[in-house]
Design a protein around this ligand. Sequence first.
Ligand SMILES: *Cc1c(COP(=O)(O)O)cnc(C)c1O
Length: 359
Amino acid sequence: MTRATRAVVSLSALQHNLDVARRAAPHSRHMAIIKANAYGHGLLPIARALHNADAFGVATVDEAISLREGGIPQPIVLLEGFSSAEELHLLRAYNLQSVIHEPNQIKLLERHTGKAVTVWLKLDTGMHRLGFVPGQCSGIMHRLVACENVEQPIKVMTHLSCADDRKSDVTTRQIAAFKVATSICPELHHSVANSAGILGWPETHYDWVRPGIMLYGVSPFTDSQGKDHDLQPVMSLHSHLISVKSLRAGDKVGYGGSWSAPKDMSMGVVAIGYGDGYPRHAKPGTPVLVNQQRASLIGRVSMDMITVDLSQCPDAKIGDPVLLWGKDLPVETIATHADTIAYALLCGVTQRVKYEYQG
Ligand SMILES: *Cc1c(COP(=O)(O)O)cnc(C)c1O
């Protein structure tokens, strides 16, 4: 028997979520962010299903080339840009656009003549990760405008560091800094919003928005879940019971024997573990759905298996379906129980899990 661990990806939910983004930011163009293998959902099937996205954003040149070789026609933006003459060459060969966030990239553009490249100038308005500080904006902009290897007009962007917290005043300050820095170029296309900006900060919408996590049905905010924003989960992670047994009070379960049965009880073993991307740090009590009934994790997560308390599922038997996250069991809930974020869980699903695309 082959292993039953599957990630079922709903392409209709994905399209619905893009519609939600479009309704929230109706006057903007939408660059769908599909870095990290489309947040673990599969780069090409996701890009194909998002055929009405206005552009795609990825992290690496390899991802961008896979998209082009897979026949994706939309503009593709490298969110971290390029870092060598070879990559610049690939950019031109595959007709890719690039974020520009540091001076070496401009030097490469000035030195290596060829087809003009579309660039997105990245400003650091407070995240202090990538980008030019606002004081450098006009100097850098003049260089890019003067460079014959740069397609005109250029575009200007920044990234929000705290938009997931709707009460944070950091976002307000980032918006103000962006406005001041870009007041010299109001005619250019501007882009600020990630998912949190789209749903929570209308003043960040500008010409282009960059939805990522919301496309996959997950809330970008720390205090809500996808369904609160009419988002539908795209990935459901499924497995099944491979063993059902009885425990006596005091029996210890799993590595380290860290969990012991408080009473005589029924226990199930599920064919999924951290080797599949189920989080090793999920704590006892993390919910799973066995036959759509709620059960909970006991003991430690192993590489290939987890153990669950079947006290509330008396009829459960070998072969019964188990849902680890998806519809009726938000991945955000699992992330909370594992002290992580939904982004990391989705990106972390491993190669040995079989993917099925529906809709
Ligand atoms: C990842 C990323 C996004 C999308 O962020 P979400 O929080 O997933 O919506 C947008 N812009 C940039 C530059 C990114 O790197």
